[in-house]
Design a binder for this molecule. Sequence first.
Ligand code: AMP
Ligand code: MG
Length: 483
Amino acid sequence: MKHTFPALPLARRYAALPPRFYTAVPSTPLPEPQLVVFNTALADELNLASDAVAQAALTDFLAGNSALAGYPQLASVYSGHQFGVWAGQLGDGRALLVAEIDTPTGIRELQLKGAGFTPYSRMGDGRAVLRSSIREYLASEAMHALGIPTTRALALVASPQPVWRETRETAAVVTRVAASFLRFGHFEHFYYRGEFDAVAELADFAIAHYYPECAAADQPYLALLDGVIERTAELIARWQAVGFCHGVMNSDNMSLLGLTLDYGPYGFIDGFDAHHICNHSDETGRYAYDQQPAIALWNLHCYAQTLLKLITKEEALDALRRFQPLFEDAFAEQLRGKLGLLAWQEDDWTLFTDLLALMQAAHTDWTIFWRQLARQHEDATLRDLFLDRDAFDAWLLRYRARLANEDRPHGERIAAMNAVNPRIVLRNHLAETAIRAAEAGDYTALHRLASALSRPFDDAPEYDDYAALPPDWASQLSVSCSS
Ligand code: AMP
Ligand code: MG
């Protein structure tokens, strides 16, 4: 039996923590809510009814216009390092935890992003604009379909309510879903206030619910740090492989569960540039594509610091030293798949970095190249993606020799490569086109794009336009922290 609002199978896990971790605050009503997108596939996974009647019944709740009788609305408190600088208290300034529900795959938290003022709103208005909400919705589900750990998006509710950013925009609310929205910043908050008992309580909470294997370890807190390091290394390897740039890798945007979290000025790389900066506000390129692994490690140092009353500094540093090899192994595994190899060999790093240099020089389209590489044996146009075609031909000969080593049938290799090298990613211009239409009241493009992104590895001819090279205007697009 599917559950229908308001009869949801509620749980209290985060809400059972003591009040020092959050503030109960009601959502601010949103006028004339319109359920623009509802993720029926995710609803099914959560065992929620997803038919039209169920959706209508949910709309007010997802807009923040009604609350569940059996669950409070909570804004959690966290701090963090932003752009390398301690920023002090931040917290859920516009997101509210509105339910924890029991699902076939475990307890899931439902969070409304853009649900109004909280005690942590600081200078903000507690709202999110339609533009950024569409970007969050699409990216969450695109990443999920790509097999990359992420928070999910269940719904997008729009409203005519004006919201001021650089210009007048309108408000929207995204329903985010995750096992937990815990961030490195939650731990930092209490550590820097000297409330070490709260750090221990959060660590115990995290171990009990998200890292249960750590409970049996000799040193559970050290095992927790190891676990967070492992999941983060795996996550960043997947980002790098697909060409995803987060844009704002502040420690408050780093998930304790190793999920991609807080989609703002993110971007998928079009033409390859290792130094690509997707966030217009990131003037120094702190969060550039090639910086992401090092920044993840920097953030992990911030996280490890918060555990220093529970583990020793030497233990923390030893654990952190494992990040680089873990990342390299995870990245090699990604590259093995992308190159269609059966096993990774040490020499393959050279094969890869030589390719990267050619791609850098030509700004070769990251997604198209990898997808097309699968058919290199019968595709004479692959070399056209490069400036120095002779150099690419030479590289291709080395690659073919490498493939010949493994004696894998073409058909099998192509299928394996097509299962890991997506044909469609959420390029900025695709999101932008859907946003412009949505802002004019037409959601058709948004729905069509969401469908295409849910099956990024398919050779679906009806989505050929999404798989094409970006138009010239795409390179002029800029996205910033304003959302
Ligand atoms: P972000 O840059 O989105 O990761 O947000 C950093 C901090 O600013 C978090 O504490 C957010 O809750 C808060 N914040 C961002 N935008 C708003 C807004 N419009 N209203 C209130 N708080 C916001
Ligand atoms: Mg954030």
